[in-house]
Design a protein around this ligand. Sequence first.
Ligand SMILES: CC(C)(COP(=O)(O)OP(=O)(O)OC[C@H]1O[C@@H](n2cnc3c(N)ncnc32)[C@H](O)[C@@H]1OP(=O)(O)O)[C@@H](O)C(=O)NCCC(=O)NCCS
Length: 139
Amino acid sequence: MNEKGTIKLKNIGKDDYKFLYQLLSERGKIANISHKEMPSYEEHIKFISSKPYATWKIIYYNNKKSGSVYLTKQNEIGIFIKKEFQEKKIGSKVLELIIEQNGPGRYLANISPNNKKSIQFFKNQKFRLIQHTYEFIKS
Ligand SMILES: CC(C)(COP(=O)(O)OP(=O)(O)OC[C@H]1O[C@@H](n2cnc3c(N)ncnc32)[C@H](O)[C@@H]1OP(=O)(O)O)[C@@H](O)C(=O)NCCC(=O)NCCS
């Protein structure tokens, strides 16, 4: 529960690279739909430096780094909370904050069908399913 917790969002900076790498390695294969394999630390830095998202913030819970949230130009949301901080309503609050800061419009969340927790989370936040996307990789 979040009665005692303070949540703050801060834009990512160089001193967050390690934290974001840790977070990425925690995500595991379930949540991970875009890259199946863990990038090297160098690749990770390159990715961040390419400024892939319109907004990318670190989530602080009681002044501790507890996750990250981003928005793409198409208002696709990515939200990742460290395991030890999950299920304290941080995700719900952060979703509310980021949408409030960004303003009215259409928001999307791309979630793997295996990721039951996130599906339930976004359903609770009044997101509705609009499509399933099928993938084929030719090698
Ligand atoms: C999905 C995620 C963002 C939710 O954040 P959170 O802070 O743990 O979630 P909250 O505490 O705000 O929970 C809100 C709702 O989510 C759902 N939920 C959260 N944890 C759940 C679990 N273990 N099982 C089922 N539903 C769960 C519930 O519906 C919950 O509502 P309730 O407490 O009224 O039952 C977080 O678990 C996470 O970072 N997961 C890994 C990364 C990921 O999959 N991100 C989504 C890709 S965009």
